[in-house]
Every structure is written in structure tokens, then in C-alpha cells.
Design a protein around this ligand. Structure first.
Ligand code: PEP
Ligand code: MG
Length: 333
């Protein structure tokens, strides 16, 4: 019985009715892999690759990147890993990528926009990722199909996504380049409100969407996420943010494609239940938050999560949404 108790926190994420909600880890380098696995992460939902580029005077080579990606992918064999290509600009400036000064960097040449302007950096990164996947999964995997070949448990399931995608054109551009370079599953992050408004068009090319609630909140409420004086507006409980999440969730359901959340919102246990009620199919967070989110999900059925989501959408402010959902949730526990 003691062994069962010790193992209990490592069960996969699921609602009380058994609906699976995979719980994934946000990682900033391969160094966090052991901690994520110990926390019961079912994979990686956001692998930030900026660490390879920050403080560098020139972009890392394909070989330098390949070594890091292979190390990270090997740690998650048998699991899914979602890698985000370089998200430079704004809060993550890079000397060799964003050399023109900008008055409003958060609205400037960042994320996929910066990569489209410096395409070789994107090509090198995707090339290194495809090579790393091939090294881990074995030669001949490319073109065999994601579920083809034997020993599925021995393979890593690599998904790659682009940050700051604004519309269908960004999505088509990124997914086309990624597939040409051998990436089998290519998707986009929903961080700009426009992406939610045209989510159906984005799903024509993207295999999946991952919602970055940190930036989505910043841009929906026009409140700089780095500015303390407007920090009260940087709250993903805001019904305006949640309505956009609901639009993305519905579009994903209509397209039959997954919609994850990888922003800080996924680490707030009650908000995580609301996100699932809005149609989100997986949650990625700092490994330390996984246990609490898993426990809260297990307290609510799908019907209850949807009722919590409706209450949050009806609220007239972030704090009222939080209060309304807390009251309702207490009744489910
Ligand atoms: C986000 O914006 O929510 C996100 C996950 O990306 P980052 O925090 O790295 O901008
Ligand atoms: Mg972001």
C-alpha cells in the first residue's frame, strides 16, 4: 500500500470521469529533464530553445544545436516533446537577429516574424531538430509515418512549433518550411489575439496549436508583461483571454486537432480545469506544478469543467471569474 501511495502522484493527468489530460513539462534546457520525469511529466509541452542563442555573438551552428537537441530528445524516448523554435525579440533580444532599435519591441520584429526576416536561422534550427530526431528514432524513420515502424515505445514523438504566429500566412509559412526539412508534426503558438480570431484558417495548415497565455494576455489587454504598473492586467483569468481560449478550443475540436496550453495559466490548478472546460486537450507547465494540477483535475468531470468554464466566461473581471469558479468548484470537490 505504501508503494501504491508513492506511485499515485505519477498517474497520467485525467478528469474525474477518466478523460485524459496529458500533463507536460516546460523546459529551458535538457538539464531539467530528470526533474520533469520525476514529477511525472508525460512529455515536454514547451522546450524553449533561446538558451542556445542568448549571450551568443553569432547564431549556433547546426552541429552545436544538434548535440543539445539529441541529448534532450533521448531523455524523453517513448514520450512527446514539443520544441519551440527561437523566440527572439521583445523580452528576449538577440544582437545578431534584432539589430534595428524598436520603440515598441513587444509589437516589433519578434518570434516567427524575426525568423522570416532571417530565414537561415530557422532553416538551421529545423535541420538540427530533424537530424536529432532521426538519430534518436533510427534511420528510415523519416517518411515511415509517425506511427509506422516497430517499437513505438522506443521512439520520441517530436512536434515543433513557431512562436508569435499572427495568422494563416505565418502558419502556412512555418509548417511548409518545417515539413520540407523533415519535421513530421508542425504547429503554432497562439499568443497574438488575431490567431484566435482566424483559428479555423490556421488549422488548415497547423497540425496543432499551443496557447501561450503569457503573451496572449499581454496582447489581449494591451498590458506590457514586463511592466509592474500594469501587472494587475496581466491576469489570464480575464474573461477576454478565456473567450479567446474558447475560440481556439472550438476550432481545434472542429478540425479534429489538439489545442494545448503552455503559458503560466496551466500551472494554476483551478484555471487548468477551466481551460480544459474550454476545449484545451493538454497542459504544459513548470514541473513543480504538475502534482497540484493533477490533483485538481481529478476532482472534476468534463461536465463540471464545462460548467466552471461557462461561469468564468460570464464574469466581468479576472478577479470575479476566479471567485465565481472557486465557489462552484468547492461544490465538486
Ligand atoms: C507564453 O507567452 O505564454 C509562452 C509560453 O511563451 P514565453 O513565456 O516564453 O513568451
Ligand atoms: Mg510567449
Amino acid at each position: 500500500e505504501r508503494a501504491a501511495l508513492a506511485a499515485a502522484p505519477l498517474t497520467p493527468g485525467a478528469l474525474a470521469d477518466g478523460t485524459p489530460v496529458p500533463l507536460l513539462a516546460n523546459l529551458g534546457s535538457a538539464d531539467g529533464a530528470a526533474e520533469a520525469l520525476a514529477a511525472g511529466a508525460e512529455g515536454v509541452g514547451l522546450f524553449r530553445t533561446e538558451f542556445l542563442f542568448l549571450d551568443a555573438s553569432a547564431a549556433p551552428t547546426v552541429e552545436e544545436q544538434y548535440v543539445e537537441y539529441e541529448r534532450m530528445l533521448r531523455a524523453f524516448v517513448g514520450k512527446k516533446v514539443v520544441v519551440r523554435v527561437l523566440d527572439a525579440g521583445a523580452d528576449k533580444p538577440l544582437s545578431f537577429l534584432n539589430d534595428a532599435p524598436e520603440e515598441n519591441p513587444a509589437l516589433g520584429l519578434r518570434g516567427i516574424r524575426a525568423l522570416r526576416a532571417s530565414e537561415q536561422i530557422l532553416i538551421d534550427q529545423l535541420t538540427a531538430l530533424a537530424r536529432a530526431e532521426e538519430a534518436v528514432n533510427g534511420a528510415g524513420v523519416l517518411g515511415a509515418g509517425r506511427h509506422g515502424g516497430g517499437g513505438a515505445g522506443e521512439r520520441v514523438d517530436l512536434w515543433v512549433m513557431a512562436p508569435m504566429v499572427a495568422d494563416a500566412d505565418d502558419s502556412e509559412y512555418f509548417t511548409t518550411v518545417a515539413r520540407e526539412l523533415g519535421i513530421q508534426v508542425a504547429g503554432v503558438m497562439a499568443e497574438v489575439p488575431s490567431s484566435a480570431l482566424v483559428a479555423d484558417q490556421i488549422f488548415e495548415t497547423a497540425d496543432f496549436v499551443s496557447i501561450g497565455t503569457n503573451d496572449l494576455t499581454q496582447y489581449t489587454l494591451a498590458a506590457d508583461r514586463l511592466l509592474g504598473s500594469v501587472a494587475n492586467l496581466q491576469d489570464p483569468w480575464h474573461p477576454a483571454v478565456l473567450r479567446l481560449v474558447g475560440m481556439l478550443g472550438r476550432a481545434g475540436r472542429d478540425a479534429g486537432k489538439p489545442v494545448g496550453v503552455c503559458g503560466e495559466a496551466a500551472a494554476d490548478p483551478l484555471l487548468a480545469v477551466v481551460l480544459v472546460g474550454l476545449g484545451v486537450t493538454s497542459l504544459s507547465m513548470t514541473p513543480a506544478a504538475i502534482a497540484d494540477v493533477r490533483a485538481e483535475l481529478a476532482r472534476h468531470t468534463t461536465v463540471e469543467a464545462e460548467a466552471l468554464a461557462r461561469a468564468a466566461l460570464k464574469a466581468t473581471s479576472a478577479s470575479r471569474a476566479r471567485t465565481a469558479v472557486s465557489r462552484l468548484a468547492a461544490a465538486n470537490a
